[in-house]
Design a protein around this ligand. Structure first.
Ligand SMILES: [Fe+2]
Length: 198
């Protein structure tokens, strides 16, 4: 598969970022997600395409640059469109459209009235699921922060018990990342939840 290398990834971010601040926020987040995903894969001894995991994670939020004043939920489909327009393979474009929450179903789109085409946006391959999962442990909030599984579970609970269950099953499959080193290195805050909701 023809994937961009690290330099190509950076060039893509620089091409689409509207400001240096946006570039720093999104690229840093993508790097953190890539590091979490790769380390989870190594620790669990997963048989995944490590290069696809890394490049997919590094580009999964490229659509954030295009959201502007629009709905943030659109960043996934916008990112998919950017990567496709760049001639990148569908298997890479999918990391952009299929990483939101713990997977958006067609039913989620209609029931929540989301401003994206009605379709399923579900991580399918192990690589896609791993990146979607790793993304849940760092937030581009202002200021950016890390969060543990319990904190994410509490956050996603408002979207329904099925979403908590989906997150728990990802946690059982991939394990909880050890974020201590990244928290120290990046100096972002760390939000710890009380208990992984059932
Ligand atoms: Fe993300």
């Amino acid at each position: 598969m023809n994937l961009p290398d690290i330099r190509g990834v950076r060039a893509l971010h620089e091409r689409y970022a509207p400001t240096p601040e946006a570039l720093d926020l999104v690229l840093t987040h993508c790097e953190i997600v890539a590091r979490i995903a790769v380390s989870l894969a190594e620790r669990a001894g997963l048989e995944v395409d490590a290069e696809l995991v890394e490049v997919g994670a590094l580009l999964h939020d490229i659509g954030v640059y295009r959201v502007g004043d629009g709905h943030y939920i659109r960043h996934g489909v916008l990112g998919h469109g950017i990567l496709r327009a760049e001639g990148l393979p569908e298997s890479l474009c999918r990391f952009a459209s299929c990483h939101t929450g713990v997977g958006l179903t067609r039913r989620d789109v209609t029931e929540q009235g989301l401003p994206i085409p009605v379709a399923d946006y579900l991580a399918e391959s192990a690589e896609e699921r791993l990146v979607m999962y790793a993304d849940k442990f760092h937030s581009k909030s202002s200021p950016p922060r890390f969060l543990d599984g319990a904190a994410y579970a509490a956050r996603v609970a408002r979207f329904g018990a099925d979403k908590v269950a989906a997150f728990r099953s990802l946690a059982a499959e991939f394990g909880e990342p050890d974020l201590g080193g990244l928290v120290a290195e990046y100096g972002h805050g760390f939000e710890e939840g009380a208990v992984l909701l059932r």
